[in-house]
Design a protein around this ligand. Sequence first.
Ligand SMILES: Nc1ncnc2c1ncn2[C@@H]1O[C@H](COP(=O)(O)OP(=O)(O)OP(=O)(O)O)[C@@H](O)[C@H]1O
Ligand SMILES: [Mg+2]
Length: 445
Amino acid sequence: MLVLIAAPRGWGAMRVAQERYVSVMTWVEHVRAGRLIGNLLTERTAAQEVRIHAVGPFLLSRYERMAESAEAEQERLATGKAVTEWVAAGLSGLAMAATYAAMFWLIMSGHMSLAVAGTAVIAVRSGSASLGALVMNVNQLHEESLYVRDHSRFLDEAARRTIPRGGDPVPARVRQVVLNRVGYRYPDREAPALDEVSLTLPMGSVTAVVGENGSGKSTLMKVLSGLLLPQSGTVLWGEADLASLDRSEVFDRVALLTQDFERWPAAALNIRIGRPARAAGAEDLQPSVDYAGAGPVIAKLPDGLRSLLARMFRGASELSGGEWQKIGLARTHWRSSTSDADGVLIVDEPTSALDPEAEITAFDRIRRLAAPNRAVVLVTHRMSGVRHADRIHVLHQGRLVEHGSHEELMAARGRYAAMFEAQAAQYAPAGTVPRPGSPAVADPA
Ligand SMILES: Nc1ncnc2c1ncn2[C@@H]1O[C@H](COP(=O)(O)OP(=O)(O)OP(=O)(O)O)[C@@H](O)[C@H]1O
Ligand SMILES: [Mg+2]
């Protein structure tokens, strides 16, 4: 009889938990979108456009509509929960009534004395309370397990896509890093971002990668640095396959300055973070500051390298886009200068916000970072910055369509020549450089 009393409550709680789980999963994007709108309305980064374009009322009206539909869902859930709990409580009450009726019958038929029946009533009441608590706890466990199951699924999925931990050590001397017919497709995309890309990066060389927007340059850099594991083909460090190497050792050999590098909240931290485990005072960081031409930027800050750069703190300073890029370059220098092992330095659009003079200096300095133990890979849309690279590769729709030195590629009159001349034509006096048409060489792809 005790089981009959507890079972409906268990069923009810399980049903409510499952409905809540389905609702959370269905509405999670909606909740995120609401939060996103809330943040856009209040964040500093969006403030200028929110004011000038009068985005406030536009976002607020959407927020209101979303809040209304979220409220309707909450109401639906609450109604469903009330009905389920009402049915469960009713069934449980019926079972309780049946229990007391059975006891009454036992007393009247002389099978149970009144004293024993009194004890039985107390036993039923405390027993059903304890069983009820047990059912609730088991049920809570069940509800949590639904989320834990999802979490384990995500972890398995992540593990399948990354270089495993605890692989072989990376050889100290590798001579070159080779990409061999590498293919990569983002899970939500039909077309591959990289398609059978093969290239060799000898230590001590400078390799440039150019191509139109979305051609796969940044993806190639992520594969090269070990952030993304290619779905086909191999990345070889010397003779060793990247997928079999120890993840942390591979990362230790890579210096990466991405297009959207992180802006850390303090000036010195922005450089030190290139190798955070290494103790560094202001004088240790100075060569990196000088390398990146960031001396005047730091000098302007109220506390020099000790200044705060996150405006949520009192007294923090603000930097311009180009000033940030110089700080980013200083970080890359600090990271590369603190390692002697063979490695790769990858810079993805490092000069897009620099003024013309700073840009020329930056390209020159980046090229000089190529050392016997370092291969430099430079991604840029500034064609003037790549002409001195040892080897230039042109990516088009995820495929390498041209490669060679600047002179070879200009002579081939293909995509590279067209891109180079298009930029050169912007600066040449009218009529001196012919405006390029479409590439003369047929696309090998
Ligand atoms: N995380 C991602 N998920 C899905 N698709 C992505 C992701 N990152 C990039 N892509 C897509 O893959 C393609 C290649 O992107 P990638 O960032 O490598 O281009 P890119 O050559 O660096 O372009 P840009 O010159 O604009 O920096 C693009 O079509 C892009 O939309
Ligand atoms: Mg890119």
